[in-house]
Design a protein around this ligand. Structure first.
Ligand code: TMP
Length: 204
């Protein structure tokens, strides 16, 4: 029996999710929860090494998908499952929905192959809640252009991100109970309030 809660944050690059990972962790800690924040690809020493490769090396799209799931397998085993067994709240900046959006939508890898990988790596395990930060491509691009040096994914073109965004929205339509779409173009305070409400519902 899993005692803790697993929440994942998703969205196209520049959607603003990482800011909210911090806000929500602080919010939950103030409510007395033990919170573990983590990210994908990454989250473990091996996963972080895979992240370096994934974000900076060009590779076959299936290699990319396999390495994303390899990092995830390690992440679940070493970090996510033990934390949930202790009763902690785990917040991950991205998880499997990102593979369906980026490798499936963006790079057009067959959903069937991704379904097989998902089933292999975490057959009966899903986040309790996924927050999908949704924003127009123009807003996302403007936010990215104001930040650091762009990685391999962030340098992709408009068309790629349009496909990623659509794939995310399709997934949200497919799993409406788990995936909640948050309009991330609203003022920060509104977005924060909205996600705090969703988190509170999970705690009831
Ligand atoms: P981040 O910049 O939000 O930390 O995410 C790293 C990049 O990795 C981001 O551009 C999305 C991409 N990614 C995938 O393509 N597939 C995946 O399964 C995951 C977890 C991330």
């Amino acid at each position: 029996m899993v005692k803790g809660k697993f929440i994942t944050f998703e969205g196209i690059d520049g959607a603003g999710k990482s800011t909210h990972v911090e806000t929500i962790s602080t919010y939950l800690r103030a409510k007395g929860k033990t919170v573990v924040t983590t990210r994908e690809p990454g989250g473990t020493p091996l996963g972080e090494r895979l992240r370096e490769l994934l974000l900076h090396e060009s590779m076959h799209l299936e290699t990319e998908a396999l390495l994303m799931f390899a990092s995830r397998r390690e992440h679940i085993d070493k970090l996510i499952a033990p934390a949930l067994e202790r009763g902690d709240w785990v917040i991950s900046d991205r998880f499997t929905d990102a593979s369906f959006a980026y490798q499936g939508g963006g790079r057009q890898l067959s959903t069937h192959k991704l379904d097989i990988l998902e089933h292999w790596v975490h057959a009966d395990f899903q986040p309790h809640l996924t927050l999908l930060f949704d924003v127009s491509l123009d807003v996302a691009r403007a936010r990215l252009d104001n930040t650091r040096t762009l990685d391999k994914f962030e340098r992709e073109k408009h068309d790629f991100f349009e496909k990623v965004r659509n794939a995310y929205l399709q997934r949200a339509a497919q799993f409406p109970k788990r995936i909640r779409v948050v309009d991330s173009s609203q003022p920060l305070a509104n977005v924060t309030q909205q996600i705090e409400q969703l988190i509170d519902q999970l705690d009831e």
